[in-house]
Design a protein. Structure first.
Length: 230
């Protein structure tokens, strides 16, 4: 092939190649860039969605844990005040055995422990309930009632124990000393019991009333809490 024709052929090929590059390559590069950008955008969006989802799940788990712990605290306080009501407030010292004051001493010890547990349980409620909570106000009233009853126990229960022990001793010596010392001891024990319950009965009555109010409000609160967590 003559040199001139070869030169013309190369020129045509170069033109066509240049035309192809000019016409198609920019669109190809642009398309590839768009695809790459789209993949990057999707990746970024996916990462953001996963991040938000994780935060939501964490917050949801934390809320569920909080609600569970709050319910536990409410039921703990309920159990403590219920035991206090039936085991310590509603008692008759005349039913205690004549054992030299041992049962009375155990009662007093258990009373102090129960008061301490109620105070601790109440402090947990303060963490989980707002200051304007009706339930917290009822719990506060009960707790103050328990504290007042402890003061009465501390100041008057000593005479109950002492007269009870004297009554027991007089009873054991009826055959030797006659019945008069025993009757006197019984009278002293009755006076000590009457003085104690004269102060304690109003508190026991108010305790029962507030206790019932607390139970009613607790049932309502727990039902509303279950609905809100669904």
């Amino acid at each position: 092939m003559p040199l001139g024709e070869i030169t013309i052929l190369y020129a045509v090929i170069a033109f066509l190649f240049g035309f192809l590059i000019k016409s198609f390559l920019p669109n190809y590069v642009k398309k590839k860039a768009e695809n790459l950008a789209t993949k990057e955008d999707i990746k970024n969006i996916t990462e953001k969605i996963e991040s938000v989802r994780s935060k939501v799940e964490i917050n949801t788990d934390a809320h569920k844990s909080y609600v569970s712990e709050r319910k536990e605290a409410l039921l703990k306080f309920h159990d403590e005040i219920t035991s206090f009501h039936y085991e310590l407030m509603a008692v008759n010292f005349g039913d205690f055995p004549m054992d030299g004051g041992k049962s009375l001493y155990e009662y007093q010890t258990n009373y102090y422990k129960a008061v301490a547990e109620i105070l601790k349980s109440y402090q947990r409620l303060v963490i989980y309930l707002s200051n304007d909570s009706v339930l917290l106000k009822k719990a506060n009233t009960i707790t103050n009632n328990v504290i007042d009853s402890r003061k009465i126990l501390k100041s008057h229960f000593g005479s109950i124990k002492m007269t009870s022990i004297k009554e027991h001793q007089a009873y054991e010596n009826i055959s030797a000393d006659g019945r008069e010392p025993y009757d006197l001891a019984v009278n002293e024990a009755n006076v000590a019991n009457n003085n104690y319950w004269e102060l304690m009965k109003p508190l026991a009555k108010s305790y029962r009333e507030v206790y019932q109010h607390y139970l009613s409000n607790l049932n309502i609160y727990l039902k509303e809490s279950e609905i809100n967590t669904l």
